[in-house]
Structures are given as structure tokens and as C-alpha cells.
Design a protein around this ligand. Structure first.
Ligand code: AMP
Length: 423
């Protein structure tokens, strides 16, 4: 019988790498917690229509990549392809606009997109995301961008770069769109690109193919069509970033994969990653709440890709990776010899763990040789051998597994803890 493998585009994260995953995901969220963002957990599936309305029909995400299914009650549900729509749905449903604004919320969890898998691009991937809803203040955009920068740094990266653009509001976008449609009409586009141009010409700017990038060199860009209000907003964001010491590159052709972005738009890239270089992105989405039936409120947010941050970390800072992978390393591995010592070891392990030490023991009634081998393989710093004779004398043998040094210690949790705890 053939065995099973993880579904295409997904992968397992096993120890010790899983410790790096958890620590990194947590490090990415830490700056948010310090900035007043509260954790929100929303369902992994939502009403399919939420994504059609809240992400946009013209996007690849909605038109080609969603995991959509009918449940047994005949409801069309979709595994979330991104986090913002669900957070906004929850915000509206719970009338969070009645409370203090902005509502600052963050989330962490998996997303699902039926994409063509390659290095750094998966069908099941993890994000940490943040949303600040309800106040249209350019300083809030700047704060969020700085928090993303702090998140990457906190996760151990330094070689990330910020790309910045402004897409403008409805009025600026309409003017830009008109100019872009006229420009695109003069190009010889293939069938699919032509179709995309009809649905949302902005998306064509995002075409990464070199021949398209060449054809688009002189394409009209959104920053040239900003209304005075949008220009002032963009200027204020940039001035605040300068104050905060955050550097960026202007990226006038940067558009986002999702339809609802307005004004500030940004992406962080990491140069160690090859084709899938975006480690995070976001922007302002002033139309989203209204688009899903909520009040006319603004928002700004980002999502950082945990899987790609991990790839970048491995490339840029392998020492930090190893350090995090070793963080759950055992302090002591107990080697009890004989049934009486085994029973004693169980209680000793419990007491040492209660004292915040990491402790495991040899299982399965192994003899000294097998149990010492298990101790070596466990990665623990110390082995504590409990022999029958030691037991009678009230001592145990503590062996430093790196140096091989061995000495007797009293068979008592407090004494063992004192002997193994690093100064
Ligand atoms: P998006 O929701 O498309 O704005 O993506 C935000 C971030 O999530 C990106 O910058 C990536 O780091 C990450 N990301 C998006 N799609 C994928 C994917 N298919 N596989 C891995 N990471 C992804």
C-alpha cells in the first residue's frame, strides 16, 4: 500500500525547526503587542461571498486560488486566503466601531491559496497580520510600517527593504485608471493580459515578466494622479518615516494583489529569497468596510509571511536559527536503572519540571548502555544516572554530556536543580 505525503504545496514543520517557527511567529507579533494591538482569532473558513466582496473579483486570489467548498448544510465556504477580510467582518459584526478607534488588532495563523508551489510559495502558508481600523491618519500608516520593520528586526533580519507607493483614493484612482487604459490600448497584449486589463488595469502593472516590464516603462503611475489630499497624506507618511529613521525605495509600479487598497501601499522584500522575495506587505484600505456592508470606515494593515521570514532567517542569520532551535533543549535526561529507580525518576522529573527545568528520561526499561545512548541522543546537557545502589545511598551520578565529567549529587530535586542550572 502506498503511504501518504503532505498535500502538494504544504509541508510539515518538525522539531527542532518548529521551535524556530513558533519563536519567529511570536517575535513578529511582539512589536504589535507593545503598540496596543490586541490579538484576534477568526475562523479559518468564512462565507465565500466575503472574499468576493472584500478581496475583489479581479484578483488572482479570488478568481483562481480559493479553496471553496459547500458544507453539508449547502453553505459555500472558503478557507481564508488572507486575513484582512475576516478581521473586518468580525469588526463590523461586533460593532467594534462603537468603541475607541482606531481598533488595533493582530492575528497569526494559516492561509490557503491554490498557487503554483515553488520555493517560498505554498498553498498552506502562515502570516502574522495587523489592522488599525477607523482612523484616517497618515501617522498610523507610518507607525504600522515602522512596526513591520521592528518585527523583521525582532525576528533576526536586517536585510529587508521597504518599497513604498501611494495608489490614491477613488478620485485619483479613476483618473489614473483612465490614463492607464489609454496607454494599455496601444500595447499588443496577449489574451489573458487583455482580459486582466479590462477587469482591473492596475493589476497589469504588477506583471513581472521582463517583456511586460519593458513595455510598461512609460506607463502612467498612480503617484502622478494623486489628489491634493492624497498627496498630503503620502507626504505626511514619508515625513514620519524619515523621523522614525525608516528608509524606503519609491516603487511607483507597486500595486497589491488585493483590490481594496487605497493611498499608502507597501511591500517588504528580502534579497536572499529569489523570485518570491516579498516577506510582507500591506497598505491602507479605505473602501473595505463599506464594501462588506459595514460603516464607511478606513483602515490600514499589513501581513508578514512567516514561511518566507524563516527562509530569510536561515539565509541571513543561521546562528540565530540554531539558537532558537536549541531553545527547548533538555537540561537533564534521567537514566534510572531498575524498576525502583524508574519509579523514583518519574517523580523526580515532575519535581524538576515544576522548577522550570526541561527534563526527560529513558523509557522502556532500558539497561545502562541503551539509556546512556538515549541520553546522548536527546541533546540534554546532563544525564543523571540513578542506580539501585545510589538510590539506597540517597545520591545520583550527574554527568556533563559535553565534557564527560561525572560527580555524585544528593538525590533530591532542589540539589539536582542547583547543580544543573546555568549560572
Ligand atoms: P499578501 O496577503 O498577498 O499581501 O501577502 C503578504 C505576505 O504573505 C507576502 O509578502 C508573503 O510573505 C506571504 N505570502 C503570500 N502568499 C504566500 C504563499 N503562497 N506562500 C508563502 N507566503 C506567502
Amino acid at each position: 500500500m502506498s503511504t501518504f505525503t503532505a498535500p502538494k504545496g504544504s509541508y510539515d514543520i518538525l522539531p527542532p525547526d518548529s521551535a524556530v517557527f513558533l519563536a519567529t511567529r511570536d517575535a513578529l507579533a511582539e512589536p504589535l503587542r507593545r503598540a496596543g494591538y490586541g490579538y484576534i482569532e477568526t475562523p479559518i473558513f468564512e462565507d465565500t461571498a466575503l472574499f468576493h466582496r472584500g478581496v475583489g473579483e479581479s484578483t488572482d486570489v479570488v478568481s483562481k486560488e480559493m479553496y471553496t467548498f459547500d458544507d453539508r448544510g449547502g453553505r459555500s465556504l472558503t478557507l481564508r486566503p488572507e486575513g484582512t477580510a475576516g478581521v473586518m467582518r468580525a469588526f463590523v459584526e461586533h460593532r467594534m466601531h462603537a468603541a475607541q478607534l482606531p481598533a488595533k488588532l493582530y492575528y497569526a495563523g494559516p492561509n490557503f491559496r491554490y498557487e503554483r508551489p515553488q520555493a517560498g510559495r505554498y498553498r498552506h502558508f502562515s502570516q502574522v497580520g495587523a489592522e488599525a481600523i477607523g482612523v484616517d491618519d497618515p501617522l498610523l500608516d507610518a507607525e504600522l510600517i515602522e512596526l513591520a520593520d521592528a518585527a523583521f528586526r525582532g525576528a533576526g533580519l536586517t536585510r529587508h527593504r521597504l518599497l513604498l507607493n501611494s495608489l490614491g483614493d477613488r478620485e485619483s484612482r479613476a483618473a489614473h485608471r483612465e490614463a492607464l487604459v489609454r496607454f494599455l490600448a496601444r500595447l499588443d497584449l496577449d489574451e489573458e493580459t487583455r482580459r486582466r486589463a479590462e477587469l482591473n488595469p492596475l493589476r497589469v502593472l504588477d506583471d513581472k515578466r521582463p517583456e511586460m516590464q519593458a513595455a510598461l516603462t512609460d506607463a502612467p503611475v498612480s503617484v502622478d494622479f494623486l489628489t491634493d489630499g492624497c498627496r498630503a497624506h503620502y507626504d505626511a507618511v514619508r515625513a514620519a518615516l524619515t523621523d522614525l529613521g525608516v528608509t524606503w525605495t519609491e516603487a511607483p509600479k507597486l500595486v497589491r494583489g488585493l483590490d481594496y487598497y487605497t493611498k499608502t501601499t507597501f511591500e517588504f522584500v528580502h534579497d536572499s529569497l529569489g523570485a518570491q522575495s516579498a516577506v510582507g506587505g500591506g497598505g491602507r484600505y479605505d473602501g473595505l468596510s463599506a464594501a462588506i456592508g459595514g460603516p464607511d470606515l478606513t483602515g490600514v494593515g499589513w501581513a508578514l509571511g512567516v514561511d518566507r521570514v524563516l527562509l530569510a532567517l536561515k539565509a541571513e542569520n543561521p546562528a540565530r536559527w540554531d539558537e532558537l532551535a536549541a531553545a527547548n533543549q533538555l537540561d537533564v535526561f534521567l537514566v534510572p536503572i531498575g524498576p525502583q529507580a524508574q519509579r523514583r525518576a518519574l517523580g523526580l522529573a515532575r519535581d524538576l519540571r515544576a522548577d522550570a527545568l526541561r527534563v526527560d528520561l529513558a523509557w522502556g526499561g532500558r539497561g545502562l548502555k541503551g539509556a546512556m545512548k538515549a541520553a546522548d541522543r536527546s541533546g540534554a546537557r546532563f544525564a543523571l544516572v540513578l542506580g539501585e545502589r545510589d538510590l539506597a545511598a540517597g545520591t545520583a551520578q550527574l554527568k556533563d554530556l559535553a565534557s564527560g565529567e561525572q560527580r555524585p549529587v544528593p538525590l533530591d530535586a532542589a540539589a539536582v536543580a542547583a547543580a544543573v542550572r546555568p549560572e
